[in-house]
Design a protein around this ligand. Structure first.
Ligand code: GLY
Length: 258
């Protein structure tokens, strides 16, 4: 198991990375000295595939687990959906000692992270990214939020999770298009990281897309390490962190136009 340390002004937390590590989620959380309930927020795609293993890992450690499922897709990243989740958390009697586990891709991580950052002014948060894009980027560094009608990511906060667990074996159930989307994010890191990283990525991209873990884990690790360094320097995006938006701003424009 690879364990990295995220170190920001507001919080330090572990980032675990290992293929096949999902069943260890509960014990890793227990090892952080945590108790309270775990409220898993996931989407309709992930719920049908990986949710039972995640739930089981918490239950094996004696945690009570609740599950809230949102419809898969970008439309879930809205204030309306966040408001529904607040109501659900209230109905469940969630308190500040409880923890939201954001279990999904970028949409779920941003939405559930935003809800965790604002419900009762902030409750615990675990990020368990299930897409490549979320494993290398959105689950790390604490940017959480929702879209408004006019623009993407305009409402949100910086809210660091208490733990991140990335299990690249979960990527095996993704359509190839989603892997390519994540690989584009990795190209961003390779452009930022320099010639050697870029050349290494070019020579391993086929093995990567075949999800050969000998290629996948080291590349994901490199991206996470790069991001952790930038976020440690500039958690709230006043300067250096802007480099992480390389390609994002123009791509958001294309997405909106399309
Ligand atoms: N995804 C860009 C950032 O976290 O700053």
């Amino acid at each position: 198991m690879i364990q990295l340390l995220a170190s920001t002004r507001s919080k330090e937390y572990p980032v675990f990375l290992s293929s096949g590590s999902l069943p260890e989620l509960g014990s890793l959380w227990r090892a952080q000295g945590k108790s309270g309930r775990v409220i898993m927020i996931t989407d309709s795609n992930v719920a049908g595939i990986h949710l039972p293993a995640a739930r089981e890992s918490f239950e094996r450690e004696g945690f009570t687990v609740e599950t809230l499922v949102v419809e898969a897709g970008e439309d879930a990243k809205s204030l309306d959906r966040a408001a529904e989740l607040y109501d659900e958390l209230y109905r469940l009697g969630a308190r500040r000692r409880d923890t939201v586990c954001a279990f999904g891709g970028g949409v779920v991580g941003d939405l559930a992270g935003f809800v965790a950052s604002t419900y009762m002014r902030g409750i615990g948060l675990i990020q368990v990214p299930t897409t490549l894009l979320a494993q290398v980027d959105s689950s790390i560094g604490g940017k959480v939020g929702v879209n408004i009608a006019a623009a993407k990511n305009y409402v949100g906060s910086f809210y660091q999770p208490d733990m991140v667990l990335a299990d690249p074996s979960l990527l095996r159930t993704l359509p190839r298009g989603q892997l390519q989307e994540g690989l584009a994010e990795i190209v961003k890191y390779a452009l930022l990281g320099g010639e050697e990283f870029f050349a290494a990525l070019e020579s391993s991209s086929e093995g990567f897309l075949e999800l050969d873990m000998a290629f996948v884990e080291p590349v994901i690790r490199r991206c996470i390490e790069y991001k952790l360094k930038v976020v440690a320097e500039d958690e709230r995006d006043y300067g250096r962190r802007a480099v992480l938006n390389l390609g994002h701003t123009v791509a958001h424009g294309i997405e909106a136009a399309g």
